[in-house]
Design a protein around this ligand. Structure first.
Ligand code: FAD
Length: 560
């Protein structure tokens, strides 16, 4: 075991983590970044469609972007946070350009835009359909120029808590299997989403809600976890994403009769209504028998081969490889699939959580700018804006607090947990079985449509799975790159998170945004215009509430 020390430690090397790292370093902090995978394998790399920003030089206004975001959120977003994000978006976009992100251009050579759902304006900037990869590689270059230490392929197992504040992390160095203590004056969690709690999902295999569970176990408030986004266009079976950019470029949604059914549900915005609305419409068509084999169709034929090849070449590749479809010749079967979590670790607009010394940014955080439903292309923006802000705030804290002691005994709990997984004789339960049952249960009962009985079933199932998990044995007893052990620890994080999602969803007795209850189909502002908070207790999450910040946009009836 070794002990390391930094001013700021950033857990996560996706867009939020990298942006936070660069910001903390530019403020003079001794900062280190830690990632369980090679940095550019973070899920941000998979983002396709783009990043939103209202550029005033285009006649766009941040207020219009903010209003679309608030309406998209079904009025659950905190409007002060939305204002910060939308106001700072333009400068952040130009800064990315100056760092070297080669955004796609229009015919006049200016930065190109496409229209994304829930917005009237075309304000989504993009690099073909590989926007996330382009951004992530440019930020990684900046990190490589700097003197930042990167703990690559290290896995954080817990946060170090002393006297009610966070003083570092405990992590396994995967190459050796050694457990280490990394002390810090501030810790930023930028661990991404929780997609793999569901099966299938558009999210990568590494998106396992680690940060949500680490913060929860340490006592932080976890907010609005019932708000899970189903993306309208994913492939059946494997859940692979077909970007919203396809509809942004003009693709249609068709049912089995060949009708553009969105006419019925969102006559004004059609296919570009907000995601919760489009996913519910598709699921209704499927449930009422106007789908084919559990799917409806996305039709790009009228866009023509040239547009598809220049602006949507990656999804043409995906469609060919996974569905054997040539998008210029045939519609592709798609359906709603798990994609994103609006909820997360509660933070203020500086990334501060309810625990001193602990910050969060990116998909694992809940500022909250997405409320009950996120607009497409607002997540990349969220990572860049609040990643930077968290990095700056953490660096500022590091100048204020002195070195505080951490006993090395903090390693003993994790050491013991790992030892017991490794020492048990292999039994019939394997992590993979529990993981699949968890994912399928969540996808069946806590999905586009929900009801009390289904959510109760899911909660009970997750609790039973946790009991089986406690007895689990890790088969591979080795030290070097023990991915079997890693998979097991990730499963523990996911089971905690699944339980929080179920408990939060059961608590909210209304329908709002992505949380649509067939047994209570109305939004109820009088009683439920509030955030759900979940806190750790031994008996399961304790639920509490917090007010929503409304600055200038009063809740309205939402139609598209
Ligand atoms: C297929 C797909 C397409 C998308 N397209 C778009 C889009 O076009 N526009 C948009 O706005 N949004 C999009 N999104 C959403 C957006 O990409 C994500 O919300 C965002 O990139 C998350 O970034 P992040 O930095 O928070 O986390 P991530 O990029 O997921 O990074 C998480 C990091 O945390 C590290 N980590 C996690 N746990 C641990 C641990 N225990 N120990 C050490 N390290 C750990 C990982 O190694 C990784 O480096 C898309 C998402 C998907 C899945």
């Amino acid at each position: 075991m070794s002990v390391y020390q930094h001013d700021v430690i950033v857990v996560g090397a996706g867009l939020a983590g990298m942006r936070a790292t660069i910001a903390a370093q530019s403020r003079g902090a001794n900062v280190a970044m830690i990632s369980k995978v090679h940095p550019v394998r973070s899920h941000s790399n998979a983002a396709q469609g783009g990043i939103n920003a209202a550029l005033t030089s285009r006649g766009d206004s941040w207020e219009d972007h903010a209003l679309a975001t608030v309406k998209g959120s079904d009025y659950l977003a905190d409007q002060d946070a939305v204002e910060v994000m939308c106001q700072e978006a333009g400068a952040a976009l130009i800064e990315l350009e100056h760092m070297g992100v080669i955004f796609s251009r229009d015919e006049d050579g200016r930065l190109g835009t496409r229209r994304f759902g829930g917005q009237e304006q075309a304000r989504t900037f993009f690099v073909a359909d590989i926007t996330g990869a382009a951004m992530l590689h440019v930020l990684y270059e900046q990190i490589m120029h700097s003197k930042v230490r990167v703990y690559e392929e290290w896995f954080v197992t817990s946060l170090v808590m002393e006297d009610g504040e966070c003083r570092g992390v405990v992590a396994i160095e995967l190459m050796t299997g050694q457990l280490h203590l990394i002390k810090a004056k501030a810790v930023i969690l930028a661990t991404g989403g929780s997609g793999r709690v569901y099966e299938p999902t558009t999210n990568g295999m590494v998106v396992t809600a680690d940060g949500h569970a680490l913060a929860y176990r340490a006592g932080a408030a976890i907010m609005d976890m019932e708000m899970v986004q189903y993306h309208p266009t994913t492939l059946k079976g494997n859940g692979v994403l077909i970007t919203e950019a396809a509809r942004g470029e003009g693709a249609y949604l068709l049912n089995s009769d060949g009708d553009r059914f969105m006419q019925k549900y969102a006559p004004h915005m059609m296919e570009l209504a907000s995601r919760d609305v489009v996913s519910r419409s598709e699921q209704t068509e499927i449930n009422e028998g106007r789908g084919v084999d559990g799917c409806v169709f996305l039709d790009l034929r009228h866009l023509g081969r040239e547009l598809i090849e220049t602006k949507l070449s990656y999804i043409q590749e995906v469609a060919g490889d996974f569905a054997n479809v040539d998008l210029s010749k045939q519609p592709i079967p798609i359906r709603p699939g798990n994609h994103y979590i609006m909820g997360g670790i509660k933070t203020d607009v500086h990334g501060a959580t309810s625990i001193p010394g602990l910050y969060a940014a990116g998909e694992c955080a809940c500022v909250s700018v997405h409320g009950a439903n996120r607009l497409g292309a607002n997540s990349l923006l969220d990572t860049i804006i609040f990643g930077r802000r968290a990095g700056e705030a953490a660096a500022a804290r590091a100048t204020e607090v002195g070195d505080k002691p951490v006993p090395e005994s903090v390693l003993s709990v994790d050491k013991e947990a790992i030892r017991s997984f490794l020492s048990r004789k292999p039994n019939k339960d394997m992590a993979a079985k529990i993981r699949l049952e968890m994912g399928e249960t969540m996808n069946e009962h806590v999905a586009v449509f929900r009801n009390e009985a289904g959510m109760q079933t899911a909660l009970q199932t997750i609790r039973q799975l946790r009991e089986r998990y406690a007895e689990l044995a890790v088969q591979d007893k080795g030290q070097v790159f023990n991915t079997n052990l890693l998979f097991t620890l990730e499963l523990g994080f996911m089971l905690d998170t699944a339980e929080i999602i179920c408990a939060s969803a059961l608590a909210r007795k209304e329908s709002r945004g992505a949380h649509f209850r067939t047994d209570i189909p109305q939004r109820d502002d009088a009683n439920w215009l509030k955030h759900t908070l979940a806190y750790f207790t031994q008996a399961g999450p304790r639920i509490d509430y917090a007010p929503v910040t409304i600055t200038r946009w009063q809740p309205q009836v939402r139609s598209y």
